[in-house]
Write a protein that binds this ligand. Structure first.
Ligand code: MG
Length: 315
């Protein structure tokens, strides 16, 4: 009889095998969001969106997330080898009992500035984090905050550390990714280059965009990019241009707006979804940070779900 352990082992072998075949997109596409559950859309939620409203009572909060209609969650709050106050196994059981599935988790390493001296510490951290996340049952592990990058040398070291984290994760059957805010779209001068100055300096492109250095310096077989489409727009960049240029590197997205999805007029979600699907989007997570004063986080999270559920461009 096949034990649960055998089954999990087979799953991770499949993932690793897919990666070794050389392309990230086809592997992740096999778990692509599709209306397979009795016509229900598979919508994911980054639980950071709920803040204290969730952490005050996790079991009841998880049930509320499922009742709204979400199917999967991406964690935030892993630290000291625990999820908040819970052991990882205990936390997984609470989520399972609510009928949700943990597919991803945001985790930051203990250092913000990577140096030759602390890379081993960071690598050891990822080994532990991966061990714990195998227990949580995730497909993806994602670093959500940018390490300090002030020049090309910093960027090169960050890429090495990311590749290493990707390798550690891959060995356990977990995909490792990076999530952006807007600071990744800042430019840094090329070695020896002087940045433009004068009253119109900000209109003159120079050097390299940090995000582009991260895309170029990381191995596509080890590191994927979870683009936060709102923060990309806030960085004055067009998500579609990135999808066009790097079709296999954005299998997972953060679907976010200034507040409730679809209300700001800043985000063209129809174009974003269309292009992302054609690139083989694997999954996405709704995120809401700034909530309107007259609304609870749960109400905001519900309105975001309703927006996607009622949008014909979302499969
Ligand atoms: Mg985000």
């Amino acid at each position: 009889m096949e034990t649960k352990r055998d089954f999990l082992k087979k799953l991770s072998l499949l993932t690793v095998g897919g990666f070794m075949a050389g392309s990230v997109a086809p592997v992740l596409a096999s778990t692509k969001n599709s209306p397979t559950v009795a016509g229900k859309k598979v919508v994911g939620l980054q639980i950071y969106s709920l803040g204290k409203e969730l952490t005050d009572n996790v079991p009841s909060g998880m049930k509320r997330i499922a009742e709204i209609g979400y199917s999967t969650i991406e964690l935030a709050g892993y630290g000291n080898r625990k999820m908040g106050q819970y052991d990882v196994g205990e936390y997984r059981k609470i989520v399972d009992d609510a009928g949700l599935k943990i597919t991803s988790s945001h985790v930051n390493p203990p250092e913000r500035k990577f140096t030759k001296e602390n890379v081993t510490k960071i690598s050891d951290f990822w080994k532990q984090a991966v061990e714990d996340h195998v227990k949580l049952g995730v497909k993806s592990l994602v670093q959500p905050m940018m390490p300090s990058i002030e020049n090309h040398e910093d960027a090169k070291l960050v890429c090495e550390v990311f590749n290493n984290a990707g390798e550690i994760s891959k060995a356990a059957g977990i995909n490792w990714g990076y999530h952006n805010h807007n600071m990744e779209f800042k430019r840094i001068a090329k070695p020896g280059e002087t940045p433009p100055s004068g009253p119109f300096a900000s209109f003159i492109p120079f050097g390299d965009i940090i995000y582009d250095l991260l895309l170029a310096g990381t191995d596509p077989k080890l590191v994927f990019f979870e683009m936060d489409v709102y923060w990309t727009v806030m960085g004055q960049m067009d998500p579609l241009e990135y999808f066009e240029k790097h079709p296999t590197r954005f299998p997972v997205l953060h679907i976010k707006d200034r507040s409730v999805l679809g209300q700001s007029g800043m985000m063209n979600f129809e174009n974003i979804f269309k292009k992302a699907y054609s690139n083989g989007l694997s999954e996405y997570f709704v995120e809401i940070e700034k909530i309107k004063a007259d609304m609870t986080q749960f109400e905001g999270v519900k309105q975001c779900f309703d927006y996607l559920n009622n949008s014909s461009f979302v499969k």
